[in-house]
Write a protein that binds this ligand. Structure first.
Ligand SMILES: NC(=O)c1ccc[n+]([C@@H]2O[C@H](COP(=O)([O-])OP(=O)(O)OC[C@H]3O[C@@H](n4cnc5c(N)ncnc54)[C@H](OP(=O)(O)O)[C@@H]3O)[C@@H](O)[C@H]2O)c1
Ligand SMILES: *[C@@H]1O[C@H](CO)[C@@H](O)[C@H](O)[C@H]1NC(C)=O
Length: 275
């Protein structure tokens, strides 16, 4: 009996060691991933102030979603824009006074051409639109994540928008054999071809958020991921980091007209509270 316990004890010890070693290797691989931003030597606050002085306007697509809602809150908190327009398929009511100044444009995404004026006169556009195959079927997914997103970007560009910020996904690749990643990669490339003065593409991994609607599978995945996110930082990202990164990045000057922020860069930029 004693012998058995001692063997078991040793086995558990070895197993723990192996798990820790694997975790360490994965951790190392995560952090050697390219695409991290240089540490921010710039003074965020003064950049934000300069930006604020320009009375710019922006629109948000998908402001009723998990990312969009938080992005809107972050934009209001940091007060970067003189005017914020929400473009969506339904009107939303807000209790908070901070939301009073918002403009809402309700559009029919199947007839976006008819709503061209809604997309006119914005300096910056943010897109957090999206659905899933599970929710809308494969065809519905392509319609939203590709057709609606691309058309909106086209109308925005035609309407004078100079900066477009697109929430895409980790692994987006137009050559992928997975529909999700392929569509994300395609829409990235097609929007790049529109020639915005500036296009910022964000590729977050699994978003860590307490989702309002219930998706049991995702909920389990999030629980597991968030509890070991310190070991596997490239597999997930807190949703606040994504929205903070999107807002901070808006006032930074990119090196190239198109920039891609991978999960690591989002974590770096989104980690620093700027206030
Ligand atoms: N969830 C993740 O872990 C994850 C990871 C990486 C990347 N992403 C990507 O990040 C983006 C945002 O994700 P999220 O989880 O924040 O999204 P979400 O909570 O599901 O919100 C989606 C937004 O898109 C709108 N929308 C969906 N279907 C629509 C339709 N048929 N017509 C018009 N509007 C429609 C929704 O409007 P209503 O409120 O009116 O439905 C909502 O505002 C998506 O592109 C997603 O693929 C997500
Ligand atoms: C921005 O708005 C303020 C207040 O309405 C005004 O004083 C200022 O001149 C405007 N700045 C620009 C660059 O338009």
């Amino acid at each position: 009996m004693k012998l058995l316990i001692s063997i078991l004890g040793k086995a558990t010890g070895y197993l723990t060691l192996v798990v820790v070693l694997i975790a360490a290797v994965l951790h190392y691989l995560d952090y050697s991933e390219p695409g991290a931003l240089p540490s921010m030597a710039v003074n965020m606050e003064s950049l934000e102030e300069d930006f604020r002085q320009q009375n710019k306007s922006c629109f948000i697509l998908g402001a009723t979603g998990e990312t969009g809602r938080l992005l809107l809150k972050e934009l209001l908190d940091r007060n970067l824009f003189a005017k914020i327009t929400l473009i969506g398929r339904r009107e939303v009511t807000f209790e908070d006074k901070a939301y009073e100044k918002l403009i809402q444009e309700v559009v029919d995404f199947e007839k976006l051409e008819d709503h061209a004026p809604a997309f006119q006169g914005h300096d910056v556009g943010y897109c957090c639109l999206g659905t899933t195959k599970a929710k809308s079927g494969a065809e519905g997914f392509v319609r939203v994540d590709h057709d609606y997103v691309l058309k909106s970007a086209e109308l925005a560009k035609a309407g004078g928008c100079s900066q477009f910020h697109l929430e895409s996904s980790k692994g987006a690749d137009k050559g992928s054999s997975f529909l999700y990643l392929k569509v994300k990669g395609q829409v990235e490339a097609e929007i790049e071809a529109l020639g915005f003065d500036r296009l910022s593409i964000y590729r977050p991994a699994v978003l860590l958020v307490e989702r309002q609607e219930s998706r049991p599978g995702e909920w389990m995945a999030r629980k597991v991921l968030s509890s070991c996110s310190f070991m596997f930082p490239s597999m997930s990202v807190p949703i606040q980091a994504v929205t903070r990164a999107m807002v901070s990045n808006t006032v930074l000057k990119p090196e190239h007209p198109t920039e891609i922020l991978e999960n690591k860069a989002i974590q770096t930029l989104g980690a620093s509270p700027t206030k």
